[in-house]
Design a protein around this ligand. Structure first.
Ligand code: ADP
Length: 529
């Protein structure tokens, strides 16, 4: 009935002010909080920094009993609980990092009704004693944070999340709220099915982050390019730099330090103390750059991160969105900058081919990569493409590289034909497959050792591509990959035709390509590959 809704809303407003010290709810928060506090189920999609935590914290305080929050972010539970306690909220957590005594104290507090919020690692639910514990206490609601982890085909699947389908079966009357900052429409549907939230109210906030400027540039000398970015636009700013491997994290951090930029590394190979120390320095100090693998950042709430830079290609658009989303949570202008090159595609492909799991799983990873490539090579608005991916439409952007300096396009049909026919010839006439480096050398008519050794200078396509430079050919290859007209496979990153490439060779299909900007930054050609 409406009267109770009004009461609930007033109670929520009161908690917002008294406990959290905020005057007003943001966006859909008021609706969500009222709905859940009144006993309804909810599925919430809200970008990073949107304020998801209050959506379950306030209903937990308004309802009687304890709000049980399932989260995969074990490393952050202590911080989250400390932050709540500082506000006077009675919070605790149960996870594998605890000693026996600490766990027992938390359990007793839960049973005695002396907790408002209890954070739980998902694998705890495997343990029968946890289930019994929840039965014996009074649960106000279940909050499922990072709900996309339940999606088997998403980019961050965690098997323990499948256990959460049991929550509703076992406790049908307790309201549930699932939250995520990243989900395509397909993932969202999967979350709803797996968590039995089909009848829940869905709250989908706009994923647009208007203060973030998206830029994707061709990679030539990534550390130099990064240094330029920091010196010219982000001197003295806090930022996150993502690299794929631990060693490149270390090297890049050292490179920045050597060049006078305060920077620390962060990856899973560092010991816990160093990791924790680097993280807390990043949170506390001004203008520190953290160079990290994607192990860093989940749940990090630093409002004034002015730039997020990727030196390697993210594995998926979801990952890219989530990582770049850590910039500019305070709403002030921020930069999301990515440098990517052909080698990234080869490397990612290699990782996918070597990954565990069945063929369908690898195919899905391939689709994630292809969507990321398409974003990199688009001539359209990046923001538009990004939001589109999440099933949303984009507002006027004007704040991404393709909007600010629209890329020139050119008819690359002939270039594509030259490249594809070189691959076809090698395959048909010689039964050979090569990577981009060799194919480009053939097109450029370079008599390298590897070319003469394989007698590739005898091919009819030898030297037919001198109108483009090496870097331009690399851009052609990248874009053909992004358009699905070419694929790369195996440990050596060999190039292969796809189902759609014959149409280009048969002149049935035009290929429009973008011209890489920043001609001045073009590196000089190296002797051979
Ligand atoms: P998310 O989990 O969606 O990334 P958080 O819940 O961590 O976001 O909230 C992001 C920041 O916004 C936090 O610092 C939080 O305190 C602040 N915040 C959330 N809701 C409000 C509000 N209604 N008014 C003011 N600040 C808010």
């Amino acid at each position: 009935p409406p009267e109770t809704q009004i009461d609930v809303r007033a109670a929520a407003q009161e908690v917002l002010r008294r406990v959290f010290g905020y005057e007003q709810f943001r966006g859909d928060q008021a609706e969500i909080v009222t709905h859940v506090a009144s006993g309804g189920d909810a599925l919430v999609l809200m970008p990073t920094g949107g304020g998801k935590s209050l959506c379950y914290q306030i209903p937990s305080l308004v309802r009687s009993g304890v709000g049980v929050v399932v989260s995969p972010l074990i490393a952050l539970m202590q911080d989250q609980v400390d932050a709540l306690r500082a506000l006077g909220v009675r919070a605790g957590f149960l996870n594998s990092t605890q000693g026996f005594a600490e766990r027992r104290d938390t359990e007793q507090a839960f049973l005695a009704g002396e907790l408002d919020l209890l954070y739980l690692a998902p694998e705890r639910l495997k343990v029968e004693s946890t289930v019994r514990l929840l039965d014996q206490g009074e649960v106000a609601l279940f909050a499922i944070d990072e709900a996309h982890c339940v999606s088997q085909w998403g980019h961050d699947f965690r098997p323990d999340y499948l256990l959460l389908s049991e929550l509703h079966k076992r406790w049908p009357d307790i309201p549930r709220i699932a939250l995520t900052a990243t989900a395509t429409e397909a993932t969202r549907a999967e979350i709803a099915t797996r968590l039995d939230l089909a009848d829940a109210r869905h709250f989908v906030a706009s994923f647009d982050r208007p203060n973030i400027q998206y830029r994707i540039v061709p990679k030539n000398n990534p550390r130099r390019q990064l240094l330029d970015l920091i010196r010219t636009e982000h001197d003295g700013d806090a930022g996150i730099v993502y690299c794929l491997s631990r060693s490149s994290v270390e090297d890049t951090a050292q490179f920045l330090v050597d060049n006078g930029i305060p920077a620390v590394p962060y990856h899973a190979g560092l010991d816990n103390r160093t990791r924790a120390a680097n993280q807390s320095r990043f949170l506390r100090e001004d203008g520190l750059v953290v160079v990290a693998t994607i192990a860093f950042g989940m749940g990090i709430d630093k409002p004034d991160v002015r730039f997020v830079a990727h030196l390697d290609l993210p594995k998926s658009v979801e990952g890219y969105y989530q990582e770049t989303g850590r910039a500019g949570r305070d709403g002030l202008p921020s930069t999301a900058w990515l440098a990517y090159g052909l080698q990234d595609v080869v490397q990612q492909r290699k990782l996918i081919d070597a990954s565990e799991g069945d063929e369908a799983h690898r195919r899905r990873l391939g689709q994630h990569l292809n969507a990321m490539l398409a974003l990199c090579e688009t001539v359209e608005c990046r923001r538009g493409q990004l939001l589109n991916y999440f099933g949303q439409s984009a507002p006027e952007c004007g704040n991404c590289d393709t909007c600010l300096t629209p890329p020139e396009t050119w008819d690359g049909t002939v270039a594509a034909q030259k490249l594809l026919s070189t691959i076809v010839r090698l395959d048909r006439e010689r039964n050979q497959r090569f990577g981009a480096g060799q194919i480009i050398d053939i097109l450029l008519g370079k008599r390298t050792d590897k070319v003469t050794q394989h007698r590739h200078d005898q091919l009819s396509t030898f030297g037919i591509g001198t109108e483009l430079k090496d870097t331009e050919w690399r851009a052609v290859v990248r874009q053909l990959l992004a358009q699905g007209l070419l694929k790369v496979e195996g440990d050596y990153g060999t190039l292969h035709l796809t189902d759609t490439s014959p149409a280009v060779l048969a002149r049935q299909r035009e290929v429009m390509l973008r011209r890489d900007p920043e001609r001045a930054a073009r590196p000089t050609r190296t002797a051979s590959t």
